[in-house]
Design a binder for this molecule. Structure first.
Ligand code: NIG
Ligand code: FE
Length: 405
């Protein structure tokens, strides 16, 4: 079923080792059963595929479908008022300590119905789809009761039934301390973050476990207890680490062999080899850096030097990163962090897949990988990071089926 050869295209395979971007001009891509069966120069197409129906892509650029590997896309309300407060001089931390911040989105999320949460999330998902995204990671973390955290993840999973997108769900109950647990963070970790994880996992709702390791979040000791429980359930870890200060969250993440450590502006360069040794992906979130007007840059040179894979994501959330364009995040990563356009594209394809443990299925165009591809109006992949806004997407190939955008 669904056998086809896409012809007359340039393929940025993102397979390492050859040309930049793994670029193949005059490419053919054979797909069957939702997977790539062959990719290479059209002149080398094996005889086996010659009889398959062809689809001429008219010279378009084809990349792996993009992956947004860190979002908080399911939430109630917005925080436009806090944007105004920050412009007036208040810091993100001050607003959080005064009862705003994440906890204000918790109030709005708890009082929203499932349908309201879904519909508002779908609008943001549609924005991401316009950028050729086909995989989105979604975190809980705005419910902060067992029931509301599980509800967020159920709503997140529902997105797959409404849009052509793969959703990965992450348990982020250790995001902030809700008012009913004021001054009792350890009790919250035990009674909600850990107990709820068991419940959510037994309902099949959890692909990974995350926490906010920060002065306004949880201590490394508290996160360690959560990660130990995650490990006993066989669940991988991710961590919001070193976003506002250096609590050695990345070192903790590496110790647990985490899939990723995310944010990392305050990561100390001597700690970078720990990430490299653990195979932990550094997920950079330039939207949050930009929106919080952060000035401390993540240690990019050390990450490169030690070969830590760098991924990029929107961090789409109502507080620190109100952005639903992954291409704009790529542009910001180049402009603000001086990533190359090639690093930016790897950051939302191959390395983003690794940050989700999906590198065997997504993120490169190669035999046996999912035939989820993005088809662009542009001639060269550097355009994807360079051009700000606009609609560069021509179409999507999802499970081997082409549709025009
Ligand atoms: O990734 N840092 C913690 N979590 C989010 C912010 C969430 C919020 O402000 O609502 C982040 O930046
Ligand atoms: Fe985040």
């Amino acid at each position: 079923m669904g056998e086809r050869v896409f012809t007359n295209c340039t393929a940025a395979t993102m397979v390492e080792g050859g040309d930049p971007y793994g670029l193949i001009e005059g490419a053919a891509i054979a797909v069957a059963d939702s997977q790539v069966a062959w990719v290479g120069p059209a002149r080398d197409l094996p005889q086996d595929f010659a009889a398959w129906p062809t689809h001429d892509l008219d010279g378009a650029l084809v990349t792996p479908a993009l992956i947004d590997c860190h979002t908080h896309i399911v939430f109630g309300g917005d925080r436009a008022r806090e944007f105004e407060m920050r412009l007036g001089g208040a810091s993100y931390e001050e607003i959080a300590r005064a009862g705003g911040g994440i906890v204000s989105t918790v109030r709005a999320t708890r009082s929203a119905s499932d349908e309201e949460l879904l519909q508002s999330a779908l609008r943001r998902v549609d924005d991401l789809l316009e950028d050729g995204v086909a995989v989105i990671e979604v975190k809980s973390g705005y419910g902060l009761t067992i029931a509301d955290e599980m509800r967020m993840l159920r709503v997140a999973r529902t997105i797959e039934r409404h849009r052509p997108v793969r959703i990965r769900t992450t348990w982020l109950a250790a995001h902030a301390l809700p008012p009913e647990f004021a001054d009792r963070p350890d009790a919250y970790i035990d009674e909600v973050a850990i107990t709820g994880l068991t419940a959510a996992h037994s309902e099949g709702l959890v692909d990974a476990v995350d926490g906010f390791c920060e002065g306004i979040g949880f201590t490394p000791t508290q996160i360690r207890r959560l990660f130990e429980h995650a490990r006993s359930l066989g669940l991988p870890a991710k961590l919001h680490a070193e976003q506002l200060s250096d609590l050695k969250g990345a070192v903790l993440a590496a110790e647990f062999g985490a899939l990723s450590a995310d944010h990392l502006e305050y990561l100390d360069p001597p700690d970078v080899p720990r990430l490299a040794d653990a195979g932990t992906v550094a997920v950079l979130l330039p939207g949050a850096f930009y929106a919080l007007r952060e000035t401390k840059l993540p240690p990019i040179a050390a990450l490169r030097e030690h070969g830590v894979p760098i991924a990029l994501a929107t961090d789409c959330n109502p507080g620190s990163s109100p952005i639903s364009s992954l291409r704009l995040s790529m542009n910001m990563a180049c402009t603000l962090f001086q990533l190359t356009p090639e690093e930016a594209l790897a950051g939302v394809t191959s390395n983003a897949a690794a940050a989700l443990g999906l590198q065997g299925e997504y993120g490169t165009i190669a035999d046996g990988m999912r035939a989820d591809l993005a088809v662009w109006h542009t001639a060269h992949p550097s355009m994807l990071a360079y051009w700000i806004g606009g609609n560069l997407l021509h179409g999507r190939i999802i499970a081997g089926e082409f549709s025009e955008r």
